[in-house]
Structures are given as C-alpha cells and as structure tokens.
Design a protein around this ligand. Structure first.
Ligand code: CA
Length: 229
C-alpha cells in the first residue's frame, strides 16, 4: 500500500523536525514546507493526502494557505489540521470557518497530533486508513489485494489493483493520465502515457466482467474517474 502523504507547513524547525520524525516512524511519507509560499509550491508538487499547517507563517499566513487550498479545485477537499498558538475561541472558530478540519493549540503532544491526523483521515478519507474500502458495489481489501463487485470476486493484475486502489480513494475526482502515472507507476519511472489507457482498459474489462455497470468514466481530453452515480 502506498504511504499516506503528509505535508507539514511549519517555520519552527524544532516542531517540524519532531513531527517529521514521529510521522515517518508511523509510516507516513512526510514533506516539510517552511513558509506559506513553499507550502503552495509543495501542495502542487507533492500532492499530500493531508496537511498540517501552522497559523503563523512567514510570507503567506497559514489561514491564507488554507483559504487558497479550498479555492483550488485540485485541493479543495484536502484534509487540513491547523496548528495555532492562539487559544481564543474566536480564533478557533475563524480557523474552522477558513476550512480547517481540525486544529491543535500549541503546545501539543505529538501523540495527540498523530491521533488527530488519523481521526481526520478516517473521517474524511477512510480509504487511506482502512484495509477494506467500499464504494457502491465495489469493495477492495488492500491487505489481501482482493477486489469484489457485489459478491463476485474480481481478479486483477498488480497494476490494475494499484489503479483501482488509487481511484477508490477519490471517487468522482478526474485524474489526468499523467497524475495516474505518477500515482501508480511513480514519477521516477519512464512509462508512456498511453500505457495508462491500456491498464485502465484492462481494469474496466475486469470490473464489468459479470455484467456490472462500468464504474470508470472517461473524461475527454482530461482523464479518468471512478464514478458510480
Ligand atoms: Ca509559526
């Protein structure tokens, strides 16, 4: 299973390092951004699954980063935990209104933050933390690498399994071929974009084998999405 990607946006090096160490130990793939500008850049490059964003940041504030994340269609559903040194209730409410899913007031315990990260992911992106994920009549067991539609088991090759595993984490979201290449094959592997079409074709064929509805939507000039509507 691919590691869950966490972006830490924190200018205080001691805190960033501590979080990096502890989240890495918990099997997360961690990247650090040191200010608001760096955060916006790394959001585009790293495509995190969750972001931990400090309120007070150089250049662009944490609140503003949060606002921009919510405005961008690519990142608008990104789970965000805000870190704040302010404990006033008004600030907490403002933080949540800006679009944070949870917040923690400094100083906090690392164990509690990790628990919150997992809780937010479980609530917003269950596919990232659960072994068995279901969407419509589609169900996948990520530990056993098994896939079912209704009560019929679907047999998939490893690449097709990684494809469906990625798509089921974001039902309804359209992925370009390049994004699927990066997510499924990795950005350091040279694979032709057309290869994605071949494997999506194989996946689709397997998923409709027992006469079920085709769950993969082809979006012309854009890419593919998993969509059982
Ligand atoms: Ca700070």
């Amino acid at each position: 299973m691919a590691k869950t990607k966490v972006l830490i946006v924190e200018d205080e090096e001691a805190i960033a390092t501590l979080l990096d160490y502890n989240l890495t130990r918990e099997e997360f793939d961690v990247r650090i951004a040191v200010d608001g500008e760096d955060a916006l850049m790394k959001l585009q490059e790293f495509h995190p699954d969750i972001a931990i964003i400090d309120w007070m940041l150089p250049k662009i504030s944490g609140i503003e980063v949060c606002r921009r994340v919510r405005q961008n269609p690519d990142t608008k559903n990104l789970p965000i935990i805000m870190l704040t040194a302010r404990s006033e209730e008004a600030d907490r409410i403002r933080g949540l209104e800006t679009g944070a899913d949870d917040y923690m007031t400094k100083p906090f315990s690392t164990a509690e933050l990790i628990a919150r990260v997992k809780a937010v992911l479980r609530r917003i992106r269950p596919a990232l933390v659960e072994d068995v994920v279901a969407y419509g009549d589609l169900r996948i067991d990520r530990t056993a690498h098994r896939v079912w539609r209704g009560d019929k088991e679907i047999h998939l090759g490893p690449t097709e399994f990684r494809l469906i595993d990625h798509l089921i984490q974001h039902p309804g979201r359209v992925f370009s071929r390049e994004q699927l290449l990066n997510a499924v094959w990795g950005s350091d592997v040279f694979v032709e974009v057309r290869t994605v079409d071949v494997h999506v074709g194989r996946l689709r064929k397997a998923l409709v084998k027992f006469g079920h509805e085709d769950p993969i939507r082809t979006v012309r000039a854009a890419g593919y999405s998993l969509d059982l509507s």
